[in-house]
Design a protein around this ligand. Structure first.
Ligand SMILES: Nc1nc2c(c(=O)[nH]1)N[C@H]1C(S)=C(S)[C@@H](COP(=O)(O)O)O[C@H]1N2
Ligand SMILES: [Mo]
Length: 560
């Protein structure tokens, strides 16, 4: 009895989720209830747990989290099903609470149609409740009076499965239609619910991935010439608008070897880290960037405003503070955008007038996520960008469409706000998202190097073995890379590709003449200021700091 009642509850939930996820898939402005619950869990868990989650699970944290949310909700619904047998009023109260919760969590999403969102949750849970009720009756777990029967479902969306309908037509006397009816009804409802859920997920994910970001189309005017709308009368001190693009990277900036990452990471391979379980989908036409806080002249920019300012391309390697030594949370992009210093200039901010009230530049995303760094860094001459393009196309949704920040030399968690909606100048007291969650306030990227053309555990053939990969110390550049084959006792200088830019990673290779035996390979880099990468091993968080991993990428190989 318990089992059947529990199953009825679960089937009801599957139907409810099916309805809500399908509607979400069909209509952007109704959020995914599942996604919203997971998002709220992320936001409300103490920093340490989330941080550990991200360290332990890496980018798998999102599916794992959603999985746990699903299991948790299924357990609750099974309990409600069981409760419904003896205490239907209490069970209904439970459903009402669930509805309220579903609505509440949906409202954490930034872009919703409130009426449709409420209606979606209510209709979904109503459909689920009705299906669960029908199953309880089919299982003979419910004595029903005629009146209650007639008050029951009238053309509810969800699951008009035939067994239920048949049962209602014949429905009199004992409400049990036996095992067959229960199974048919439950099975049918689950299949319909899961199909709706799957379709909904497919539709919502599909619209992001299926449509490749459009190529950027700025003016084709050659660099250095005005792009035109101000005409000849440029005497008023308005500077000429330019759209500078970069030439193709020189051939000698790449070393072509199996396993070597591409010098410029294709957008599809660009690493992905964020605290948003579903990427906010922003309509660029309604989007605004406001520059506010301790500024002389608060200003707003539309997407078009930015593209009509002077733009440039800049090659910048972005990396995540939670990258482990040898890990993959680092990529190199060719970004298009406006200089952050130009945007700040319009707000009246200059290096000279930074005060303690404007010491920190906080980027805030449409979903409220924040990152902050020293305002001075935006003005010290590096090409910090308000970026709207990656590799010649608009930003992919997952990487921050329509606009994000990219700051050479800083980890993403303090600087690289995606789905940017606000730049606020404020005091150093404000703690942004990951700072509240115990990561270090300042996040300069540590000098790192990685072996890519050989993997730990490889059995190599004696002879020439190219040991190559990438090294990065964004904004400082890379001057030297050395490879050791004897666990760091001796070092061999690697051949370097030409440096694309001090803000990007640099490829290297050491041509190792490998003799049979067992070896411990290591790599280390020296940055453009002559400082050697630190040897002391540390994980990204804990073990002596919360400011990113360090140490030499090390691996064991054998040569036969
Ligand atoms: N809005 C928003 N922006 C964000 C984040 C986020 O969680 N939300 N994560 C940051 C972190 S920790 C990193 S490392 C970079 C990653 O950028 P990518 O996903 O484009 O590689 O984005 C940063 N920008
Ligand atoms: Mo990060």
């Amino acid at each position: 009895m318990r089992i059947r009642a529990g199953i009825a509850g679960i089937v009801g939930l599957v139907v409810a989720l099916g309805v809500t996820e399908l509607v979400h898939g069909l209509y952007d402005l109704v959020p995914s209830v599942l996604g919203s619950i997971a998002q709220v869990v992320v936001e409300w868990t103490p920093g340490g747990i989330v941080t550990q989650g991200i360290e332990l699970l890496g980018t798998a944290d999102v599916p794992v989290l959603i999985g746990s949310v699903v299991i948790g909700t299924l357990a609750v619904s099974a309990l409600l099903g069981i409760l419904a047998v003896r205490r239907p009023a209490l069970a209904l109260l439970g459903v009402a609470l669930l509805t309220a919760l579903g609505i509440a969590v949906s409202f954490v999403e930034p872009f919703i149609n409130p009426v449709a969102t409420v209606a979606n949750v209510v209709v979904g849970l109503l459909a689920g409740t009705i299906v669960a009720e029908l199953m309880l009756r089919a299982a003979g777990l419910r004595e029903v009076k005629k009146a209650a029967l007639e008050a029951a479902p009238a053309g509810t969306p969800g699951s008009p499965e035939s067994p239920a309908v048949r049962w209602r037509e014949t429905g009199a006397g004992s409400m049990s239609v036996g095992r067959g009816g229960f199974l048919a009804l439950g099975g049918g409802a689950v299949v319909a619910g899961l199909a709706a859920l799957g379709l909904g997920r497919l539709l919502s994910g599909g619209s992001q991935t299926a449509s490749a970001p459009k190529r950027l189309d700025l003016s084709n005017e050659p660099a250095g010439k005005p792009s035109g709308n101000e005409g000849e009368s440029d005497g008023g001190g308005k500077e000429a608008v330019t759209h500078e693009t970069l030439p193709k990277p020189p051939a000698d900036a790449s070393i072509d070897l199996p396993g070597m990452p591409k010098l410029i990471t294709p957008a599809a391979n660009f690493y992905l880290i964020d605290a948003a379980l579903t990427s906010p989908r922003v309509n660029a036409d309604d989007w605004k960037l406001s520059v506010k806080g301790a500024v002389q002249n608060p200003v707003e920019f539309s997407y078009k405003d930015l593209q009509e300012m002077s733009t440039l391309e800049s090659d910048v390697t972005l990396s995540c503070v939670s990258n482990t030594v040898g890990g993959g949370l680092v990529s190199n992009g060719r970004w298009t955008g406006v200089l952050l210093s130009d945007v700040l200039k319009e707000a009246g901010v200059s290096r000279e007038n930074i005060s303690s009230a404007s010491r920190q530049l906080v980027g805030r995303s449409v979903d409220g996520w924040t990152a902050g760094f020293e305002t001075d860094i935006a003005l010290d001459g590096r090409e910090a960008l308000v970026a709207f393009g990656l590799n010649g196309s608009e930003l992919p949704v997952k990487h921050g469409y329509p606009v994000r920040l990219v700051v050479p030399g800083l980890y993403g968690y303090v600087s690289a706000t995606k789905w940017l909606s606000e730049i606020e100048l404020t005091s150093w007291d404000f703690d942004a998202y990951w700072i509240q969650r115990t990561w270090t306030k300042e996040g300069p990227v540590k000098t790192q190097s990685r072996i890519d053309t050989v993997k730990g555990g490889d059995n190599l053939q004696a002879g020439r073995v190219p040991v190559g990969g990438v090294a990065w110390a964004p904004h400082r550049g890379i001057d030297k890379v050395e490879v050791s084959t004897d666990n760091g006792n001796t070092w061999n200088e690697a051949r370097l590709a030409s440096q694309l830019h001090p803000d990007t990673w640099r490829q290297y290779v050491y041509d190792w003449d490998a003799k049979p035996g067992s070896y411990t390979l290591k790599v280390r880099a020296t940055d453009g200021e002559g400082v050697l990468q630190t040897a002391e091993d540390r994980p990204p968080h804990g073990g002596g700091g919360t400011d990113g991993a360090q140490g030499y990428h090390t691996m064991e190989v054998t040569v036969a």
